[in-house]
Design a protein around this ligand. Structure first.
Ligand code: AMP
Length: 397
């Protein structure tokens, strides 16, 4: 089957066309600055050069139209006609408590996603625009919603409740949801496959360390806990997000800086994390370079970052009552052995040992712990689009 994967943001649209039988990516691309002047479409057919087109896209319907034209273009297209697209898989950020797995999209599902808008006001409305745009242009193609929150719906109450009055959970469903679920699910399953062990009887900790970052504790194939919360702001220190902090800091900063709560939240989401701490960059490559040149703030930032990840791993080892494998994924986790080592160095007491040669590898599936390490440590590149394609194909078949 040929599956079109759509990941729609408020002014962007990422896509991939995947052949779900061979699992090859036929084409992929990105529309940027939708609804803003200076729109750009980057289209990359497999095995060919990327084609960049400067074109204004007044809305997402126009963007989807352009994507479909690129896919069927006689020179740079990869399919002869739109009839070849068997299904569309949409990445949806928040499924609240309504969705614990991917689902075929119908009017009721659209309504239910809309009801989760309050929980992800920046993302879900954009995701819905993607769904509606595709529906308008390809009304007969089945569509599937794959939720970032779904994999985490197996968390027990003790893991997802916050220590605030219970009525806020009852009234507003204020609780931990967690994100990057498709990645945590894909990477933890792959880990069991690589190790040749039974997924249903393993304890795995997945560290998804990208620009956004989250960590999850997976036991017997089910998520037990994860670091992101009601929103993706909680947990690890990220590229620009603060992660955990004392909630009283919000009022303190409002008063001291004379700014509103939403301005503080904007700072916590966009100007904090390693970017805010270092005052330099949200890109770990820049921070590592600055550190090697003696920049003290970069050094402090990277040690604060690694310490937070290690603290979470430690708490999840307690939550799981042990661990069989710790896995690194996403931009930083897949590409940087130095950061992986700094994190794993906290666990010498558990008998975790890294093989320096294997840990120096980048972006490939590999076991980076030594033969005699008490816990296996792996790198497994995440592939959210492929996971969405698999779920979509399975539901549409
Ligand atoms: P992602 O959100 O998964 O695309 O990850 C993006 C992040 O990966 C960027 O912020 C980069 O800092 C980081 N990254 C990519 N390559 C490297 C590398 N070789 N070393 C350290 N960080 C990297």
């Amino acid at each position: 089957m040929k599956i079109l994967i759509i990941n729609c943001g408020s002014s962007s649209l990422k896509y991939q066309l995947i052949d779900s039988d061979s699992e090859n990516v036929m084409a992929k691309g990105l529309c940027e600055r939708i609804g803003i002047d200076g729109g750009v479409l980057n289209h990359q057919p497999a095995g060919k050069d990327k084609i960049t087109t400067n074109v204004d896209m007044k809305d997402h319907v126009v963007a989807v139209k352009l994507v479909l034209e690129s896919l069927t273009d006689k020179d740079n297209g990869v399919i002869a006609s739109l009839d070849e697209i068997d299904a569309i898989g949409h990445r949806i950020v928040h499924g609240g408590e309504k969705f614990s797995e991917a689902t075929i999209i119908d009017d009721d599902v659209i309504k239910a996603i809309e009801e989760c808008n309050d929980l992800a006001p920046l993302h879900n409305p954009a995701n819905l625009i993607g769904i509606r745009s595709c529906r308008e242009l390809m009304p007969d193609v089945p569509m599937v919603a794959v939720f970032d929150t779904a994999f985490h719906q197996t968390m027990p109450k003790k893991a997802y409740l916050y220590g605030i009055p219970y009525e806020y959970y009852d009234k507003y469903k204020v609780r931990r949801y967690g994100f990057h679920g498709t990645s945590h699910s894909y990477v933890s399953k792959r880990t069991a496959e690589i190790l040749g062990q039974d997924y249903e009887s393993m304890k795995i900790i997945v560290c998804h360390l990208g620009n956004g970052a989250s960590i999850s504790a997976v036991k017997n194939g089910k998520c037990q806990d994860t670091s992101m919360g009601l929103t993706p702001l909680e947990g690890l220190i990220m590229g620009t997000r603060s992660g955990d902090l004392d909630p009283a800091i919000l009022e303190f900063l409002c008063q001291k800086e004379g700014i509103s709560i939403s301005e503080v939240l904007n700072i916590l989401n966009k100007k904090s994390g390693v970017y805010g701490l270092s005052g330099l960059s949200s890109d770990f490559r820049d921070l590592l370079k600055a550190e090697s040149e003696g920049d003290e703030k970069a050094k402090t930032t990277l040690s604060t970052y690694s310490y937070r990840v290690a603290k979470y791993i430690g708490s999840y080892i307690a939550a799981l009552n042990g661990v069989d494998a710790i896995v690194f994924t996403a931009g930083v986790g897949e590409n940087n052995g130095d950061i992986r080592k700094r994190i794993c160095d906290y666990f010498g007491y558990l008998g975790i040992k890294l093989d320096a040669e294997k840990n120096s590898k980048r972006g490939e599936e590999i076991i980076i712990s030594t033969e005699d390490s008490k816990v296996k440590v792996l790198v497994v590149p995440t592939n959210e689009e492929l996971a969405i394609a698999r779920e979509t194909a399975a539901l549409v078949k």
